[in-house]
Write a protein that binds this ligand. Structure first.
Ligand code: CP3
Length: 340
């Protein structure tokens, strides 16, 4: 029964027999079976086929007793519905970056049915086969993080073209963010209808603007998007990365869970925003060092963070060179903690 899914209990800040755990990018390149599949299929092939995407979503769960499946897709997956073309090398590379109001106006109005139908199908298929007690998570990129790739054209340190565009053409930026947030609200609601128990909004590039600019440019769109998803009854996990200066701002947005990276003091955050559940926040770099440092980091985390409303995760995606023993060590620490 849904009420027994640990992550859902933690989201509601109810007591759990142990803390729930999932890992950002848990279906990625640190898994030998994923690397094997990548020998014969491109990332695009894997993510665009509902059957392959379901298969990859299940890989980490076959190996480990994780408390959630996160659907194997990318933040870019729903963007073809807006007329955007891109490839991966290894991150997203956009064919025609958006650089003017005219480019924004040319985006197609998003038909909810066309927003990554392969992801919607993969969610339905995954729900049919995962254990009843495992939560299913959907996700999307936050409007700003999507805009980062659309304007810059690809991932570039600190996204200078994006920041310049936002400053020089704020109206065009504003219409772009509005189109993205409308589309993403629909997309997340579709994912919940297809079986996602909760959704994570990845604002990986949240931190590159000042608080003032964030308030003016970004808050209104994130706020509206999150409200629409909340009104549809879908629990929201809001992830911000490299943005300690924006923590108060994000904590004031409507979301059930605040997901933070390792730069942020998690116990202070938990005390300060005790209306939210909290997710995080082991530095993924520690796992590269093997089982012992991972075990220590995991023990430190559970010692300092109150278990009520804590979802254990890393502070960002697991890195491709992570040894499997580190993942096992993390799981062991979480599973061996007896809360009651
Ligand atoms: O968490 C999961 O296991 C679900 C799958 C998932 C992927 N991308 C698969 C993927 C999720 C949740 C994402 C989100 C995503 N994609 C984000 C937000 C999270 C974050 O890491 O900050 C961002 C910024 C992207 C954009 C993106 N896609 C990048 C930067 C890259 C390349 C570099 C990298 O980190 O792997 C991708 C490609 C991508 N998306 C891969 C995977 C497994 C690697 C593909 C491969 O080469 O096999």
């Amino acid at each position: 029964m849904t009420k027994d899914r640990l992550i859902m209990k933690a989201i509601r800040r109810e007591e759990t027999p142990r803390r729930p755990l999932w890992i950002m990018r848990q279906a990625g390149r640190y898994l030998p079976e994923y690397r094997n599949l990548r020998k014969t299929h491109s990332f695009k092939d894997l993510s665009q086929s509902p059957d392959l995407s379901t298969e990859v979503t299940l890989l980490p769960l076959k190996r480990y007793p994780l408390d959630a499946a996160i659907i194997f897709a990318d933040i870019m997956s729903p963007l073809p519905a807006l007329g955007i073309q891109f490839d991966f090398d290894p991150g997203p590379v956009v064919a025609n970056p958006i650089r003017s109001q005219k480019d924004v106006a040319a985006l197609m109005p998003s038909d909810p049915e066309k927003l990554a139908p392969e992801v919607v199908t993969a969610l339905q298929q995954t729900r049919e086969v995962i254990p009843e007690e495992t939560a299913l998570l959907g996700f999307c990129g936050a409007p700003w993080t999507l805009a980062a790739y659309l304007v810059e054209g690809r991932g570039v340190k600190d996204f200078p073209t994006l920041r310049g565009f936002a400053a020089a053409q704020p109206e065009a930026m504003n219409s772009l963010l509005k189109k993205l947030s409308d589309a993403m609200a629909m997309y997340l609601i579709n994912q919940a209808k297809a079986g996602a128990d909760a959704v994570q909004i990845f604002d990986s590039w949240a931190g590159i603007l000042s608080l003032n600019d964030w308030e003016k440019l970004i808050r209104p769109h994130l706020q509206t998007m999150l409200e629409k998803v909340g009104e549809a009854g879908v629990p929201r996990i809001l992830f911000l990365q490299n943005a300690p200066h924006l923590l108060d701002a994000y904590a004031s947005l409507p979301a059930e869970v605040l997901a933070i990276d390792w730069r942020i003091n998690i116990e202070d955050t938990q005390k300060r925003y005790n209306t939210h559940a909290i997710q995080g926040n082991i530095d993924p770099a520690i796992l590269l060092q093997g089982a012992d440092p991972t075990e220590q980091a995991a023990k430190q985390l559970i010692n300092k963070v109150n278990p009520i409303g804590h979802i254990v995760n890393l502070g960002h995606g697991i890195l491709p060179k992570t040894p499997l023993e580190s993942v096992e060590a993390l799981i062991d620490v979480v599973h061996n903690e007896k809360i009651r």
